[in-house]
Design a protein around this ligand. Structure first.
Ligand code: FES
Ligand SMILES: [Fe+2]
Length: 331
């Protein structure tokens, strides 16, 4: 019998503080797609579980990553999302200017401070890497190669002929729950019958399986029509690639705090051929069903009566795998 994690890990601010370091600073975090920062000086910024990071395109065509935190008094350099900075990053608080390699170029109008050496005040770097055009960052700089994490996805992407780019649309949905509550919901098809009646009518729920391969979870199900042209695959710790009839949508399950999560959806559909209204209607319908159940689950985890539950050997292998990773990191 496989027991669940204790409910305290889903509600305690201290547990979230450890997730921030052991999961999100230590691993690779998705930021976006390189098509969003195609030109020199284009910047993409976002908050990764409380780590504000930015990635900038250099004039040489490479990518550099930094914390979006000024070394003077912690001001922000760029707004979240995509923007353009020109040839340097200028703090939005007092205007310190940094070269795109992070060096402090000018502490504007600072005055003569004894012992102040601008060379010691460069931006804090983060490691950046690309996989098939997707931008990932590693905050603590100690993660293993990104290609090791993504290796299980290469065969799947090739088999399904999945290509991403350019990104066509970003949308977000906010959830009042811990990020793990939502991730675990993504990792099983056990709830489809009860929570997604429309989807349940299109597939054979008895055939629903979620298979782990490396740090990825692959959903497999027979559709009633016998045609399965879709692919849903999750990648540790909080990313999913959802392939629908019209193309790919990347789902980033981004923690905003111990009890809040934002789903960032990045669509790669060709608006010329995709029926976007139908795509968004299906996508929103499923999201609202999942939001409602996850928020109700979170309220019950918070209530305090439930401490530990049990996982299905038939349906919740991927949840068990995820929980074992979390348990290990929480020692
Ligand atoms: S905080 Fe950036 S210039 Fe003051
Ligand atoms: Fe769901």
């Amino acid at each position: 019998m496989q027991l669940t994690l204790p409910s305290s890990l889903y509600r305690d601010p201290e547990a979230y503080a450890l997730d921030r370091k052991a999961v999100f600073a230590a691993g690779w975090q998705f930021l976006g797609h390189e098509s969003e920062i195609a030109g020199a000086g284009d910047v993409l910024a976002g908050d990764m579980a409380g780590w504000p990071v930015l990635v900038v395109r250099t004039p040489e065509g490479g990518l550099k990553g930094f914390h979006n935190v000024c070394r003077h008094r912690a001001g922000p350099l760029v707004p979240d999302g995509a923007s353009h900075c020109g040839g340097e990053l200028t703090c939005r608080y007092h205007g310190w200017r940094y070269a795109l390699d992070g060096r402090l170029r000018s502490a504007v109008d600072f005055g003569a401070a004894e012992g102040f050496d601008p060379r010691a005040f460069g931006l804090f770097p983060v490691t950046v890497d690309l996989w098939r055009g997707f931008i990932f960052v590693n905050v603590d700089g100690k993660a293993g190669p990104l290609s090791e994490l993504t290796a299980p996805l290469d065969g799947l992407f090739d088999a399904h002929g999945i290509k991403a780019g350019p990104a066509t649309l970003r949308r977000s949905h906010d959830l009042d729950c811990n990020w793990k509550t939502y991730v675990e919901n993504y990792l099983e098809g056990y709830h489809i019958q009860a929570v997604h009646p429309k989807l349940a009518a299109e597939v054979n729920p008895a055939t629903y399986r979620v298979r782990m391969t490396g740090s990825a979870a692959v959903h497999e199900v027979e559709t009633l029509s016998g045609v399965n042209d879709g692919l849903w695959v999750w990648l540790w710790p909080n990313l999913a690639f959802n392939v629908y009839r019209y193309g790919l949508m990347v789902e980033h399950m981004r923690p905003l705090g111990h009890n809040r999560t934002r789903l960032d959806y990045l669509y790669f559909f060709d608006p010329a051929t995709a029926d976007m209204a139908a795509v968004l209607e299906t996508s929103d319908g499923l999201t609202f069903e999942d939001k409602e159940i996850c928020e109700a689950v979170q309220r019950n985890l918070d209530a305090g009566v439930y401490e530990v539950g049990v996982l299905s050997p038939r349906h919740e292998d991927a949840v068990a795998w995820f929980q074992s990773q979390i348990a290990r990191l929480h020692g």
